[in-house]
Design a protein around this ligand. Structure first.
Ligand code: 13P
Ligand code: SF4
Length: 338
C-alpha cells in the first residue's frame, strides 16, 4: 500500500502555478484515505485505471495503473484483461477504450471532459465533407468522437500521424479536425517529396494554438543550449523551431534518453509536472498552460465512479457506430504493424 512518504516523494518536485499550492506532506496525507478506498474497489471489481499524462499528478502517482499518451493508453485498453476500465482523461479517450473493448465496462469519471478538437466536428460534418471530397481517404485524429471515427477511414494519434500519413497509399487525403497538425503533416510530406494532396479541417486545440514562435526564440536566448520539445498540435511556426516534435509520451522518452539538462516543453503543463517528478535534476523552463478539461479530473470523481457510476460515467456506444469506429481504429493498428 502506498505511503504518504512515497506519494510525497513523487509529488514534491512538481512546480504548481501558485507556490502556495505546492505539494506538501500534509496535503499528501489528505489524499491517502481516498487512494486507499479506490485501491480496495479496484481489487473488488477487477478494475484498472488508465490516466493521461495531463491529469492532476495525485492521480498519476496515487492510483493510475498505466499512464501515457492517447496511443499508449488505447493499446493498454486493448491488451487489458481487467473487467472494468476506468479512463481518467477526456471523453474521446474513454470512448476509444470502449471502441476497442466492446464487451468490457468502460467508466469515465469526467463525463463532461470535452476537447476543443473533438467538440469542433460532428458526424454530419464528415458526411457532408465526404460528398464534397469523394475521392479522398478520410483520416481522423484520435481527438474525435466515436461517431466521427465511424465515418472516417483511418484514425491517427500524435505519436503516429506522420508515419501513417506517409504510408497511406492514396494520394488524396482529408485530415480532420486539427488544422495545425494537418499543416504540419503537409509540410512534412512536402519535404519528403511525397506528392500527396492533403485537405484539412479548421479545428484547433485551444491550449496548443496559443504558443508563438517568438516565445521559442526568447527562451533560446535566455537559456542557451535548451532543447525545445513541441506537440504537433502547435502551429507550423512553432514546430519549425523545435528540436523534437511528438506526442506527450514521445517527449518523455526524449528527455529520458537525452544528456541535455534543460528543456522547454510546448504542451499542456501536466507533462512538465511528470518530467519534474521523474527527472528532478533536470531543468524545465517556461510558462505553464493547462487544459481545463483534463484538469477537471479528480481522485474524488474516480472514487464515486467506481463506487456507484452514474449513467453518464458508463460509456455506451450504438453497435453500428462501435463497429465502424473499430474498423477505423483497427486500420491505425494495421498501418503500424512492421
Ligand atoms: P497525446 O496523445 O500526445 O498524449 O496528446 C493528446 C492530446 O490531447 C494533446 O493535447
Ligand atoms: Fe483537447 Fe487540447 Fe485539451 Fe488535448 S489539450 S484534450 S487537444 S483541448
Amino acid at each position: 500500500m502506498l505511503t504518504v512518504e512515497q506519494l510525497y516523494n513523487k509529488l514534491k518536485d512538481i512546480r504548481v502555478g501558485n507556490p502556495c499550492c505546492q505539494f506538501t506532506e500534509e496535503r499528501c496525507k489528505t489524499f491517502l484515505p481516498v487512494i486507499e478506498r479506490i485501491e480496495q474497489l479496484k481489487r473488488e471489481k477487477n478494475a484498472i485505471i488508465l490516466a493521461h499524462n495531463y491529469v492532476p499528478p495525485q492521480i498519476l502517482y496515487g492510483v493510475a495503473d498505466h499512464t501515457g499518451d492517447s496511443y499508449g493508453l488505447a493499446k493498454k485498453a486493448l491488451e487489458s484483461d481487467a473487467e472494468v476500465i476506468v479512463f481518467t482523461a477526456v471523453r474521446f479517450m474513454a470512448e476509444t477504450a470502449k471502441i476497442v473493448n466492446p464487451g468490457k465496462m468502460v467508466l469515465d469519471p469526467n463525463p463532461d471532459g470535452g476537447c476543443t478538437l473533438a467538440d469542433g466536428i460532428t458526424a454530419a460534418d464528415v458526411k457532408r465533407l465526404r460528398e464534397e471530397f469523394p475521392d479522398h481517404t478520410f483520416v481522423c485524429y484520435i481527438n474525435t468522437t466515436a461517431e466521427v471515427k465511424a465515418n472516417c477511414d483511418v484514425c491517427v494519434t500524435s505519436s503516429n500521424v506522420y508515419t501513417i500519413m506517409e504510408r497511406i497509399e492514396t494520394d488524396k487525403i482529408y485530415f480532420l479536425p486539427d488544422r495545425l497538425m494537418g499543416e504540419n503533416v503537409k509540410n512534412f510530406l512536402r519535404d519528403k517529396g511525397a506528392g500527396k494532396q492533403v485537405d484539412v479541417y479548421d479545428g484547433t486545440c485551444y491550449v496548443h494554438e496559443e504558443y508563438q514562435p517568438e516565445s521559442v526564440d526568447q527562451v533560446r536566448r535566455n537559456f542557451p543550449g535548451v532543447k525545445v520539445l513541441v506537440h504537433p498540435e502547435c502551429s507550423p511556426g512553432v514546430v519549425g523551431k523545435a528540436d523534437y516534435v511528438g506526442s506527450t509520451s514521445g517527449m518523455l522518452d526524449y528527455v529520458r534518453e537525452s544528456d541535455n539538462d534543460s528543456f522547454f516543453l510546448l504542451t499542456e503543463c501536466g507533462l512538465t509536472g511528470v518530467l519534474e517528478s521523474e527527472f528532478p535534476r533536470k531543468q524545465f523552463v517556461g510558462t505553464c498552460t493547462t487544459c481545463r478539461y483534463m484538469k477537471a479530473n479528480s481522485l474524488e470523481h474516480i472514487l464515486s465512479t467506481l463506487e456507484n457510476p452514474a449513467p453518464s460515467n458508463i460509456i455506451e456506444l450504438d453497435p453500428e457506430i462501435q463497429k465502424n469506429a473499430l474498423r477505423c481504429v483497427d486500420k491505425m493498428f494495421s498501418y503500424l504493424k512492421n
